[in-house]
Write a protein that binds this ligand. Structure first.
Ligand code: PLP
Length: 363
């Protein structure tokens, strides 16, 4: 058998020629082209992917979707390599069960709105804050914890949305804050110029020691990691990145190249994964994902129990399963490949450790 991504480049080229015949190889490698050509409609998906009856049914009922649809051409090329109903497909294609809101599910499952200290600035801990720079992402994950915001004012409008001036003012006058996590949405959908301006402003605050960026671009839009972006990021070190790979199928040569560029610039890489039912909640997939991440120089940091976000029950696995998987991995893999298993229960109390340690049995 050939290694999983031996034919990656050939497949990518064939898919581009078939699905986006007007695009050149340079277009395909250009993150702005990828963003402009995100597929946002059922017809757009049906045009380029062979679909199962189940996938077709869900795409035909947009009234049931919990959030808009948005998938980069690059990610579509990975979905095309999977069988219908495959694991990566289920992370980004809608499901009719999204319309079912279960008891105990919320539109703001982490209670972030109550912890907002300035527009888009969430303080749930004394020394660190979460800055939600934008509601837009390159691709929308169906299990998104902030789906209430996802896609609101996407596209050019949101990337040019108000600069977080009030959040920066709050940070300047709050010396207890040492750690700023910039997330969203995905802050890397911003232009280089805008990102540079935000990062320089945060770096100029003397009491801010650590800057972190949460981004899924290396998994769904690796073209975003350009030499120009890397220069901007490295200029404000110490800067750490929290990536978001969910499945080994995302660990492509393009993703590996994106990670290498970041690492070569002295930017440490961590990963966060959500435990997803039928997608990555088995020992074999978790092992391939976490060992694959280490090979790319990325430390598996958090494995998250799925938040109680409205309409995500069909994607939520169980705490017992997550614990059992990590328990089984211990001793089988390098200790570096074992993430912390976390839960962030409704109510805004913050994260709790489920593994190792942690006593929230059955939570
Ligand atoms: C997760 C989170 C952080 C960062 O938490 P770490 O455990 O330090 O990675 C910060 N603020 C908020 C609101 C969070 O949810």
């Amino acid at each position: 058998m050939s290694p999983p991504h031996a034919n990656h480049a050939a497949h990518e080229r064939a898919f581009r020629r078939l699905a986006f015949p007007e695009a050149t190889a340079a277009d395909w490698g250009d993150w702005r082209w990828q963003l402009r050509h995100r597929v946002r409609t059922a017809a757009g998906v049906a045009r380029v992917l062979e679909l199962s009856a189940r996938e077709r049914r869900a795409l035909a009922t947009p009234a049931a979707w919990r959030m808009p649809l948005s998938i980069t051409p690059y990610l579509l090329s990975l979905l095309d390599q999977e069988a219908p109903d495959g694991p990566l497909r289920r992370t980004v294609l809608p499901d009719v069960r999204e319309a079912q809101v279960r008891k105990g599910e919320y539109h703001d499952p982490l209670g972030e709105e109550a912890h907002q200290v300035a527009p888009g600035l969430i303080r749930s801990y004394p020394h660190k804050v979460l800055l939600l720079a934008t509601a837009d992402c390159a691709s929308f994950c169906r299990y998104c914890t902030r789906s209430r915001a996802a896609g609101k004012g996407t596209g050019r409008a949101s990337r040019a949305a108000p600069f977080p001036r009030a959040a920066l003012e709050w940070l300047r006058r709050t010396p207890e804050i040492h750690d700023v996590l910039i997330s969203g949405g995905d802050p890397l959908v911003w232009s280089d110029a805008r990102l540079d301006r935000l990062l320089k402003a945060v770096r100029a605050i003397p009491h801010v020691d650590l800057i972190r960026i949460g981004t899924k671009t290396p998994a769904v839009l690796p073209q975003r990691i350009t030499p120009g972006l890397v220069r901007i990021l490295r200029s404000v070190r110490p800067l750490w990145l929290s990536l978001h790979f969910s499945h080994p199928a995302e660990l492509t040569p393009r993703a590996a190249r994106a990670c290498s560029r970041l690492l070569e610039a002295g930017l440490p890489l961590m990963n966060q994964t959500v435990l997803l039912r039928g997608i990555n909640d088995n020992r074999e997939t978790m092992q391939r994902l976490n060992e694959g991440l280490l090979r790319l120089g990325v430390k598996p940091y958090y494995l998250h129990q799925g938040d109680m976000a409205a309409g995500t029950a069909h994607l939520r696995s169980t705490v017992a399963k997550g614990r059992a998987i990590l328990q089984a991995l211990c001793g089988q893999v390098s200790g570096y490949a074992i993430p912390h298993f976390m839960i962030d229960p409704p109510g805004g109390g913050g994260k709790h450790h489920l593994f190792p340690g942690g006593g929230r049995a059955g939570a």
